[in-house]
Design a protein around this ligand. Structure first.
Ligand code: F6R
Length: 608
């Protein structure tokens, strides 16, 4: 996600801000900016692109003199990557500067209110709303203005704020987005992540939700949302810089797996309004949704696997015919796109060459394209007719985990919207699905916390030569992704099969000790799956089953069982994927593979 740094003290702020931001570069960003108060005025420089551009523009900070300031590296969410959308953002008078990580979900409502009061907006961001809202509530007391703004904002935020009227103070506040503060010699510093402060201090305070900090060069006061002073204890950081970048996790992949509960919530929560699903960016009226005759999902790799799950969910719930194709195949097969076909292109990077070509091919054939994309302002996001963003934040590990999980959520939301509008589900069914959706983050967390069990199991299979993944229906889709996760990072040969296909050839590969992972989350298919499990086991396979809580019968058929918490039959993939991700990860770790950068692979495949 974005990076925040702030400083108040005796030293020049700009070089410290730039240095701190450089330590957050690994998180991914598309633009950067700093604002520093020079004693008379808040001066600001912002630039699209690498931090190097900002360093050159400011002569390494020399053009922005002053001892208090805030800086930011932005990963675009609302509004394209551009100079004007980069942070910091100022109020109209230029007396308040704000940097922000997170998403303000009700920013459109707040923007409307502020526009009505005469405020003029210059950017497309949700953050600018905060600068104007602070201005609106500011009566000379920064703390009061901040708490009032907190009461009005919905969503997640970590903020660094400076007020021209208080040249020796720096403010910070957070909710559901990380923020730390620390004292350095002759100054105080804030950052969104530990690496930015390690050069200056190893004793930091982790700010909790809805806590506010007022910092001066030699003091630090903490408040709750009622403006009452609170006490906090500092934490001593032992990590080296490399470990700090990974938030203490051994690999980015593990860190990103642990970010899934939040990424999932960030993806669904702005689209749930009371008891309804509202996907404004879909750009389709109810009439247009009802007129869709077919959905054509096109993607590559894991995004294609997400699309496979999407097919089962959209067809099963919304009763719309769905075809899923690999973008590299679709683009050359002279596809038939009849009137009424909605093309959905799924991509984390938004730059995958084949997916982009498939999008252009669809446009050339007159079809409307919806992008499900993670990177704001990417080529697919720009060229699609409409974009539904997944709010996974930047993914650094080559093997996708959190972006894939968010793609599933985006597809569920689409299925719910289409099902409701097309009369396939009732209001009460929709309410139940929304409740199930809201439970997924905690359920994912629960499964992640079970990692030791999976690690132990994985350690036994580090030397495996072949692994098979089997499932039926939606469980076949998850098997495809589980198999890819394992093979791409551990270099162990693995294949996914629709369980019913085994007999048609593949079963001859099963021998004593072959590991078969069976996924059984569809109750109506338990019996069929158990037969398949028995078939492979009698031929010597060792069977790991991933199934729903309460499926006791499988215990007799499989060797090892992992249970996932209860959800409805359409959302099980979001839970079943967690043990499979962990399994692939721990096998790769056990083999000593370069987990985050597997051989021969690139994060973004921009060539054919
Ligand atoms: C596997 C993986 C790839 C991508 C594929 C598409 O872990 O990450 O299979 O899913 O290269 O990439 P995007 O989603 O960027 O289009």
């Amino acid at each position: 996600m974005c990076g925040i740094v702030g400083y108040v003290g005796e030293k020049q702020a700009a070089p410290i801000l730039l240095d701190g931001l450089s330590k957050l570069e690994y998180r991914g960003y598309d633009s950067a900016g700093i604002a520093v108060f020079d004693g008379e005025k808040i001066n600001m420089t912002k630039a699209k692109g690498r931090l190097k551009v900002l360093e050159e523009l400011t002569h390494d900070g020399a053009t922005l003199p002053g001892v208090v300031g805030v800086g930011h590296t932005r990963w675009a969410t609302h509004g394209e990557p551009s100079d004007v959308n980069a942070h910091p953002h100022l109020n109209q008078k230029g007396t308040i500067a704000v940097v922000h990580n997170g998403i303000i979900e009700n920013y459109l409502k707040l923007k409307k209110k502020l526009t009505g009061k005469g405020y003029k907006f210059v950017s497309d961001t949700d953050t600018e709303v905060i600068a104007h809202l602070l201005d609106y509530y500011y009566d000379g007391n920064p703390l009061r203005a901040i708490t009032k703004v907190m009461h009005r904002m919905e969503g997640s935020y970590a903020l660094g704020i400076i007020f021209k009227d208080y040249p020796d103070e720096l403010y910070a506040v957070r909710k559901d987005s990380p923020l730390i503060v620390g004292n350095t010699e002759g100054g105080s510093i804030i950052a969104s992540d530990v690496p930015a402060v390690l050069k200056y201090t190893r004793d930091v305070y982790f700010i909790e939700n809805e806590e506010i900090v007022r910092m001066k060069k030699d003091s630090m006061e903490f408040f709750n949302v009622d403006e009452e002073a609170i006490e906090k204890e500092s934490t001593h950081i032992e990590w080296d810089v490399d470990a700090a970048e990974k938030g203490g996790y051994e690999h980015f992949m593990l860190k990103e797996m642990y970010e899934q509960p939040k990424a999932i919530e960030d993806t669904f929560s702005p689209r749930i309004k009371g008891k309804d699903i509202v996907i404004e960016e879909l750009g389709m009226s109810d009439e247009e949704i009802r007129a869709v005759k077919k959905i054509m999902i096109v993607a590559c790799g894991s995004a294609y696997h997400a699309g496979m799950t999407g097919k089962y969910v959209l067809e099963g719930m919304a009763r719309i015919p769905v075809e899923v194709d690999l973008a590299s195949e679709f683009r050359y097969r002279d596809p038939i796109l009849e009137e009424g076909t909605l093309v959905v292109v799924i991509s984390q990077s938004g730059e995958t060459a084949d997916s982009l070509a498939a999008l252009r091919e669809s446009h050339a054939r007159g079809a409307k394209v919806l992008g499900i994309v993670n990177v704001v302002g990417s080529s697919i996001a720009r060229e699609a007719d409409n974009v539904m963003y997944t709010w996974a934040g930047p993914e650094i590990a080559v093997a996708t985990t959190k972006a894939y999980s968010c793609q599933l959520i985006a597809l569920y939301l689409l299925a719910l919207k289409f099902s409701k509008v097309r009369g396939q589900i009732s209001d009460s069914e929709l309410s139940q699905y929304i409740e199930d959706l809201k439970r997924i983050p905690d359920q994912v967390e629960l499964l992640l916390n079970n990692k030791n069990k999976i690690q132990k199991f994985a350690n036994r299979y580090v030397a495996a030569r072949d692994v098979f993944f089997i499932g039926r229906g939606i469980d076949y889709a998850i098997s495809l992704e589980g198999s890819l996760k394992l093979k791409e990072i551990s270099y162990i040969h693995s294949e996914a099969y629709a369980a019913g296909e085994l007999k048609h050839g593949t079963i001859s590969l099963i021998e004593e000790g072959t590991l078969v992972t069976a996924v059984l989350t569809q109750e109506d298919l338990y019996k069929k799956m158990i037969s398949n499990v028995v078939e492979v086991r009698t031929r010597g396979a060792f069977v790991l089953a991933v199934t729903n809580e309460g499926n006791d019968e499988i215990k007799r058929a499989a060797d090892y069982v992992i249970y996932i918490p209860e959800t409805n039959r359409f959302f099980t993939n979001s839970l079943a994927i967690i043990p499979l991700q962990l399994f692939g990860y721990y096998i790769a770790v056990g083999k000593g593979c370069d987990v985050d950068k597997p051989r021969n692979l690139a994060k973004s495949v921009t060539v054919e």
